[in-house]
Design a protein around this ligand. Structure first.
Ligand SMILES: [Zn+2]
Ligand SMILES: [Zn+2]
Length: 307
């Protein structure tokens, strides 16, 4: 069994947002002001991920000048190429791209004949060093077949705050759970997808375990799965002990363990900080994951644990 790396790897947790837009694509604020706001809100790092299409000049924004003591940035983009089953253009998050990542043939938000497929541009981003995630599956109208095809992806965006506030389609768990049940070792990220055009910021983030707050250390930790996602609550430890999962966290009212199919079990209470959830209802699932919910309804989510 694999205990989750977020709680066994050395280092400390660094809070970051992996999906953000600026005036370099369709966001409202300049890159400098976006970075300033995330830093002011207590984030340790930010990836600015403007839309990598021709009409915006294929931006991979240089955010290095906006780094400061205690705050770093990772270069990246939201890349777009190829059509999903519904005929619309792929949205794929790539965090940790080199500044000279070659443009795709993606002039605008419409698929173009002959351009790279979504799977191909995802694989090219991974080969260039990026941490790659399938963005906002529910908002995109992604099918399971679509998602299966992005074999290079490290992660699925399971909560997208902009999609929560903009269209009430924030979910990525539905597809992620099916992929996990097919044996795909994917991790799970919450992001803002902030454009600052509506209340789409500071609502979902990752807590990454690393020995230092540098782009290289954060990227290595992201790729290894040494992180969890949150809207507020902190996870301190998640571990399997015999036939229970032990969840240590800030005070929560619910702790839930999910697995394959209908496998799930919740424990509810008051101000719970060390919760033991029995595995009996997990139906022998080869993987499990954890959700905690605080009294304000804010959630935190672990990465999958493979048994
Ligand atoms: Zn998108
Ligand atoms: Zn986006």
């Amino acid at each position: 069994m694999t205990q989750p790396l977020a709680f066994t790897a050395p280092g400390q947790f660094w809070r970051g947002n992996l999906h953000t837009h600026s005036t370099r694509s369709d966001g409202v604020l300049s890159p400098e002001e976006v970075c300033r706001r995330y830093r002011a809100e207590g984030y340790d790092f930010l990836a600015l991920t403007d839309h990598f299409i021709g009409s915006y000049g294929y931006p991979i924004v240089d955010t290095v000048p906006f780094r400061a003591p205690g705050f770093t940035t990772i270069l990246g983009a939201e890349v777009h190429s190829g059509a999903m089953a519904n005929g619309e253009l792929w949205h794929i998050l790539a965090v940790g791209l080199p500044p000279d990542f070659a443009p795709s043939d993606s002039p605008d938000f419409h698929p173009k004949a002959g351009q790279e497929t979504g799977a191909e541009i995802a694989a090219r981003a991974v080969a260039a060093g990026a941490f790659v995630a399938i963005a906002h599956p529910q908002w995109s109208g992604l099918t399971l077949d679509d998602a299966r095809g992005i074999t290079a992806a490290h992660a699925v965006e399971i909560y997208n705050h902009g999609c929560a506030t903009g269209c009430d389609r924030a979910d990525g768990f539905s597809i992620a759970d099916l992929l996990l049940s097919e044996g795909c070792h994917l991790s799970l990220i919450a992001t803002d997808d902030a454009h600052f055009s509506e209340p789409d910021h500071f609502g979902g983030w990752v807590m990454v375990k690393a020995t230092e707050n540098t782009p290289d250390a954060l990227l290595a930790a992201l790729k290894s799965g040494a992180f969890y996602s949150s809207q507020g609550p902190e996870l301190r430890d998640v571990r399997v002990e015999g036939d229970h999962v032990v969840i240590e966290s800030t005070a929560v009212v619910s702790a839930i363990v999910q697995g394959r199919g209908t496998g799930a079990r919740a424990v509810h209470g008051h101000s719970m900080t060390a919760t033991r959830v029995p595995l009996a209802r997990l139906n022998g699932s080869p993987w499990l994951r954890v959700t905690v919910i605080d009294a304000a309804g804010k959630r935190a989510w672990s990465n999958p644990i493979w048994l």
